[in-house]
Design a protein around this ligand. Structure first.
Ligand code: PGA
Length: 248
């Protein structure tokens, strides 16, 4: 893992945006792996700014988001469909047909429909040619996407029960912890690992401990992000607050 530390959150986010811009410029029909959460917002902000200035054209790009809550409609303000529309898609020229976010609003009892959605999502990524550049945040428990700590690394896109810590962390976006969905559909570790280049953005004091654990850990499914240590091309971009406990 190439770890780069920046003076501020804005500069770390700008570095992530630069990687995405370079990717699009060098390969206009790139397949981008996108993430939600608080961390990527300033990165999306920069990409939108550069798009508006006329320098960045998403007309031929494709995107696949990491995850979506189960049991939540796309127009729910806390759905990741809604987040992506609000914070990115509505402000750039990435064609609607090329944007993909896993469906989260399938009937709860129809497990066949969920399985079909998972398989269709993996197939669509493969048909697009695989992910060129994957943006990741990291959860306080080391999750990437919604791949929570477990006994084994996960494979393809699947349905996951969210860890209680994740539900707690994400309750800040909901009126109460009871309203946070208990399950999500997420790209699996194998699907994430298949990306050609992965950029993990970690900013703020709240990420200092998990970043320290990440760099010190063996590859261990109890810390899902640790798999990134054996990926050939991972760039970790951190601000000083998140990198506070790293040596050197
Ligand atoms: P955050 O979430 O960007 O809101 O901190 C990161 C994650 O849980 O993956």
């Amino acid at each position: 893992m190439d770890i780069q530390v920046f003076q501020s959150e804005a500069l770390a986010a700008q570095a992530a945006a630069t990687l995405f811009a370079a990717q699009i410029i060098s390969k206009p029909d790139s397949v981008l792996g996108l993430a939600t959460g608080g961390t990527p917002l300033p990165c999306y902000g920069k990409l939108i700014e550069w798009h508006r200035m006329g320098g960045l054209d998403f007309a031929h790009a494709h995107s696949f988001n990491l995850d979506e809550y189960c049991g939540i409609a796309p127009d729910h303000p806390q759905s990741y469909h809604f987040y992506m529309e609000k914070h990115f898609f509505s402000q750039v020229n990435l064609p609607k047909a090329n944007r993909h976010v896993p469906k989260g609003d399938l009937p709860r009892e129809q497990s066949d429909a969920w399985q079909a959605e998972c398989r269709a999502y993996d197939r669509a990524i493969a048909e697009a040619g695989g992910i060129d550049l994957q943006l990741l945040g990291i959860g306080g428990n080391g999750h990437i996407g919604f791949n929570e700590p477990a006994e084994a690394f996960t494979g393809d896109t699947h349905i996951v029960a969210l860890a209680s810590g994740t539900i707690e962390d994400n309750s800040r976006y909901f009126d109460s912890v009871e309203q946070v969905p208990t399950h999500a559909i997420t790209l699996g570790i194998r699907s994430i690992f298949a990306a050609r280049h992965i950029v993990l953005l970690a900013t703020g004091e709240g990420k200092a401990q998990i970043l320290q654990r990440l760099v010190q850990s063996e590859v261990d499914p109890h810390l899902p992000a640790s798999i990134l240590q054996i990926h050939p091309r991972v760039t970790v971009l951190a601000d000083r607050a998140a990198a506070r406990l790293l040596e050197g």
